[in-house]
Ligand binder design. Structure first.
Ligand code: CAA
Length: 240
């Protein structure tokens, strides 16, 4: 069945692949972005997917943006909380600002995205929620105390939401991508990146489409009994 899907951070990187996969699965997709107008316009031109600009770290902006998407496209039945940032630094150098930026966007941003959509999903007795966590939320990572905390927090969010939504036909699941060939990973210093790739048994970075595949699986109408789970897609780098 065709549904309305919202993908935060949906015009670049993993999010762009998710938006396109959901469109290919027959859904009407709204992709949000925070700042890069040029990339968003190009994405819409190339894919026909509508983009909306708001800061997921701000509750009121998220609520207003979601209301606009629903006015334009109809009630949101699939939500993919994907927007995220890194502010990497060894802990002794990490500033309170770096801590708060990452917490506000990656963790509070997930609350801000799902909370305004949740009452409608409960009323309509259907919802598919996917949160994009990370391998580094499972294993921790040097220089990512802030990021790892948010990505571990995502797992707590979906396990709790799964229990609250189960009787209302709502599922909430997490995906933990490993290292994927996006701008975020390419921003890691080359020498560090090479040492990371050397730790991946697959011998390569993942592709954004390999994460999108997990999303179309979890958001299908007949995925209703998969709830509160975590899919790891990391080329065998880490097992929970
Ligand atoms: N394990 C152990 N030691 C490490 C290390 C690691 N993974 N990485 C760096 N170090 C060491 C360095 O060798 C160096 O040691 P010395 O002082 O003895 O030389 C020290 O830690 C780093 O000190 P610097 O003062 O040079 O550090 P810096 O302030 O310049 O910060 C950095 C550098 C930010 C840590 C940089 O190395 C970096 O970006 N590392 C990558 C972190 C990472 O993996 N981020 C993941 C991004 S991708 C992502 O997040 C997506 C996802 O979900 C998977």
């Amino acid at each position: 069945m065709s549904r309305v899907a919202l993908v935060t951070g949906g015009s670049r990187g993993i999010g762009a692949a998710i938006s396109q996969a959901l469109k290919a699965a027959g859904h009407t997709v709204a992709a949000t972005y925070a700042g890069n107008d040029e990339a968003a316009a190009k994405f819409t031109e190339e894919t026909g997917i509508k983009t909306y600009k708001w800061n997921v770290a701000d509750y009121d902006s998220s609520k207003a943006g979601i209301a606009q998407v629903e006015a334009d496209l109809g009630p949101i039945e699939i939500v993919v909380a994907n927007a995220g940032i890194t502010r990497d630094a060894p802990f002794h150098k990490m500033t309170p600002e770096q801590w708060h930026q990452v917490i506000d966007t990656n963790l509070t941003g997930v609350f801000n995205t799902i909370h305004p959509i949740w009452p409608g999903m409960r009323e309509r007795k259907f919802g598919r929620i996917v949160v994009i966590s990370s391998i580094n939320g499972q294993k921790g990572q040097f220089a990512q105390v802030n990021y790892a905390a948010t990505k571990a927090g995502d797992l707590g969010i979906v396990k709790s939401l799964a229990q609250e939504g189960a009787r209302a036909g709502i599922t909430a699941n997490a995906i933990c991508p490993g290292y994927i060939g996006t701008d975020m990973v390419m921003a890691v210093p080359e020498k560090v990146r090479e040492s990371i790739i050397a730790q991946i048994p697959a011998g390569r970075l993942g592709e954004p489409e390999e994460i999108a595949r997990c999303v179309t699986f979890l958001t299908a109408d007949d995925a209703g009994f998969i709830n509160g789970s975590t899919i790891s897609a990391n080329g065998a780098q880490f097992f929970v």
